[in-house]
Design a protein around this ligand. Structure first.
Ligand code: UTP
Length: 277
């Protein structure tokens, strides 16, 4: 059982400037809920009880969101508006939160390594990038589907993948591997943001990972890669060479809410599904 989920949320979100000048990207709402809350709800559904969040400067709104707002709660208690807080109360009743700060933004791999102090070395853990917003097709969240695979292969990391157009490979970590069961690949190569001519396949890693604790030692030894950042893809390649990385083609949909197009698509999708219409 995966009990802890790490949320790297220290990035600058430059693609959403000026909105992200004073508001963390992870707090941008799709309908009425911030991206990060969707991620936390997914982690709870997958069985996680501890949310470990890597923040940075200017990200205090995240901590306030997952805390009680006494004045607000007092104001709306007993009124017709009280139900608006039901979902966030339920989140807070079902998990605990801990935080640490990434002082310098040295990449996703570095952000995950910064979370080591919150995660420890005992068990495998999940990582959710909240700007990749997922919705499940078959009643199980993407992270739950991945946890089921990890239960079968507890010595392996699991990364979520989807098929992308070859023209988009330079936006993702891309894997190559052998199919070992339906939708599950044993990874033997992975490349961060390759040009399409250099990409080993069109199978791209999205923002969901289950990682074994060994990843921290590997990350410590991983040199800065593409863009001068410490890349989780490079660290995972080290583990893949030891036969310890699986890629899982999930069922469901994913929206890249770190880009304006993906954010608008997600908003339309969730609005159609909602009872706000
Ligand atoms: P992104 O590259 O999508 O996020 O990183 P960004 O840098 O915030 O966005 P842009 O490109 O400037 O618009 C993927 C995830 O990794 C986290 C981000 O917060 C995001 O969730 N991240 C990235 C960190 O926590 N620290 C880093 O140093 C880099």
């Amino acid at each position: 059982m995966i009990q802890k989920c790490l949320f790297p949320a220290a990035g600058y979100g430059t693609r959403f400037l000026p909105a992200t000048k004073a508001i963390p990207k992870e707090m941008l709402p799709v309908l009425t809920k911030p991206l990060l809350q969707y991620g936390v709800e997914e982690a709870i559904e997958a069985g996680c009880e501890t949310m470990a969040i890597v923040t940075g400067r200017g990200k205090r709104a995240i901590e306030d969101h997952f805390d009680v707002s006494y004045e607000l709660e007092h104001q709306i208690k007993g009124t017709s508006k009280e139900h608006y807080l039901n979902e966030i109360r339920s989140v807070m009743d079902n998990c605990t939160f801990s935080y640490t700060r990434q002082i310098e933004m040295k990449g996703l791999g570095h952000a995950i390594l910064t979370g080591e102090t919150l995660i420890g070395h005992e068990d495998s853990f999940a990582v959710i990038l909240a700007d990749d917003l997922c919705d499940n097709a078959n009643g199980q969240t993407v992270l739950r589907q991945m946890a089921n695979i990890h239960k079968k292969y507890p010595d392996c990391c699991v990364v979520a993948i989807e098929e992308i157009p070859m023209t988009d490979t330079n936006k993702y970590g891309v894997i190559a591997g052998n199919l070992i069961e339906e939708n599950v690949y044993k990874v033997d190569n992975m490349v961060e943001k390759p040009e399409s001519k250099d990409a080993p396949s069109n199978l791209a890693i999205i923002g969901r990972y289950i990682l074994i604790p060994q990843i921290f030692d590997v990350l410590r030894d991983t040199k800065p890669g593409k863009g001068g950042e410490i890349q989780i893809t490079d660290a995972l390649l080290t583990l893949a060479k030891q036969g310890k990385v699986l890629a899982y083609k999930f069922s469901g949909v994913r929206f890249d809410c770190g880009s304006v197009d993906g954010f608008v698509e997600a908003t339309n999708y969730f609005y159609k599904k909602s009872n706000l219409k």
